[in-house]
Design a protein around this ligand. Sequence first.
Ligand code: TRH
Length: 375
Amino acid sequence: MNPHFWLFCTVIDNFGDVGVAWRLAQALVRKFDATVHLWLDDFSALQKIAPDAAQSVVQLHAWQEGQEIDISQLEIPQLVIETFACTLPENVVTLMAKHRILWLNWEYLSAEDWAVRTHAMPSLQRNGASKYFWQMGFLPETGGLLREEDLMTRANHYSQHHAENTDLTLFLFGYQSPVWAKWLRIWQQFQRPLTLHLADNKIINSLKAQQFLPEHALIESDVYHSGCLKLCRLPFVPQQQFDELLWQADILMIRGEDSFVRAQYAGKPFMWHIYPQQEQAHLEKLAAFWRLPFHLAQNNPVFTEIKTFQAAFLALSDELNGAQILDEKTCAQNWQTLFDGLPIWRLLAQNWRDYLWQQSDAMTRLATFLAEKTK
Ligand code: TRH
């Protein structure tokens, strides 16, 4: 008998909520040979990341938070997952209490201590049911990260069949910010040919808002030259092909949550444009993450010269994420340090990727958790 799992997701904005829910739904099917039902309140983002979702084995349902759902034709599930603390339908909560169904809150990814501490902890609900926190994370004691079994094979196959870039190529997938125009102006001063792959339209819009790009740029044509910079607008690809966009580039500027994880598995130098939160709460989350790869590097004799690189990197990462504004000269010096330090940046990313790779993935950890809870 294959298990039945139910998954609920509300789309806040962009592609990350649905991106994680969709990846998770497919991972559950693969790992547990499960029948997975996914309830979503907005299908437009799913349509973009998975245009063939309707033909998938994942069973899709429309739902709005606060509404009950029709469960009369469905088998009782063994597991119900609410992603990112969305509020489950009242009749599902009642069903779970009656049949003692396992209930998980699949949380946003964070390296902060509280997230590590609360992983797999139960929180008692008003109806007596226990809801468990699933804290995805980077350490063995967390809920781990989603990754497909064939990811490394696909990545190796890609690099074996594609030549290295002639110009240094940066993949840029970030949020709206004036920092992009500032950084591109600085990169222009270096006189080094750079190819910039621009995904989504937020960075392009930022460059236009700051008059770095004219309004017509990257509309009629996919390529725009500005001094030594070649800007290429990427088409939006289905999520299954997203990794290839990362493998094509030499440096990855990524955002949110799912693309952030994929960049780490790509093992390429990356910088994280974290999703901004109220009262700058994202800055603690950002710092908590970067402590990990840099700490890991400290224990590796290959990284004797990392201190200067680390200072420049963290200053730029802070600037990208609104923690500080650097004066032009310091900003340019820091970027020079990063470009000169590309070999260190590469090793840092590979060292971190290897560390993640040695760990079990989220589905393996979930299988152990389910086995324990259903004993
Ligand atoms: O899009 P994001 O910024 O998403 C989010 C949401 O804003 C959310 O509310 C917030 O909670 C979360 O970030 C932290 O970034 P993310 O998470 O990287 O998701 C992007 C998804 O889009 C990811 O699954 C990859 C996918 N994608 C494609 O499939 N094709 C593409 O061409 C591109 C550019 C992205």
